[in-house]
Design a protein around this ligand. Sequence first.
Ligand SMILES: Nc1ncnc2c1ncn2[C@@H]1O[C@H](COP(=O)(O)OP(=O)(O)OP(=O)(O)O)[C@@H](O)[C@H]1O
Length: 299
Amino acid sequence: MALILNNVTKQFGSFTAVNQLTLEVPEKEMFGFLGANGAGKTTTFRMILGLIDQTGGTITWNGRPINYSTTPEIGYLPEERGLYPKMKVSDQIVYLARLRGMKKQEILKELDRWLERFKVPEYRNKKIEELSKGNQQKIQFIAAVIHKPKLLILDEPFSGLDPVNVELLKEAVKNIKESGSTIVFSSHRMEHVEELCEHLCIMHKGAPVVHGDLKTIKRSFGKKNISIHADFELDFLKGIQGIPRLTFTTEGVRLQVESEAVAKEVFNQVASKGFVRKFELEDPSLHDIFIEKVGASYE
Ligand SMILES: Nc1ncnc2c1ncn2[C@@H]1O[C@H](COP(=O)(O)OP(=O)(O)OP(=O)(O)O)[C@@H](O)[C@H]1O
């Protein structure tokens, strides 16, 4: 039941939006898509769903191509939030969920459960246009997941939400994964991908620059971070080879080292100078990896 993209390319005229993308999303896993604006994430999702045709390559789910309108086991939260402003929440959800093969009674039961869970039971009979943008997004999320899809594609599910609602949706996404769905989502927030995904892909100008499982990606990156708090000047660290980044903080320094050998050298030198209050070696963050692969311009 894996989702497999093989050598997928999309051209709009002479412009290549997605360039020979090959990846596998394992069944029942959560897969994160990162990339700057215009990197090709939404285009990839639309191709996966069969909403647009790829110029080249193949995409299969469970061995077959997906057609979003005729494959009920798929759920999709599009980037453009498109609910009907004049329609009541319950009518909207009933309409959309019936398209995904559910019966009205079951839809209303599930809708109540979701509205309770998102702490907005009073929205059932409100018109979409009466809801704030963030709350409309929660309704659209419900529309994407109410039929318990086996493959769920979420385009920027957490954008535009306040921190409380981000947590509510994150918890919901985690539960959906635990119940056995395969989930692919895009985000500009690296900490979300880091928290939720075992596998990920960083897209840059239509091509994957990093792809695989998070632990392996971090291990193979090689570089690590060190945080040091000490009661003496740490300026001398600038003279050590193999430190691509060194930032002074109020209590000491944060630095990036090229290898564990450099970390040992830093440790030895710091320890010989006096009392060290903190010396911590940390794995690189996804943020560090992204900045190196895609460039600081992203921020
Ligand atoms: N229908 C289209 N016609 C022409 N160019 C398009 C079309 N759709 C997308 N593109 C171009 O393809 C590129 C990739 O767009 P896409 O929306 O996939 O990026 P994205 O990674 O989802 O970006 P964002 O983070 O801003 O949502 C962009 O340069 C975009 O302008």
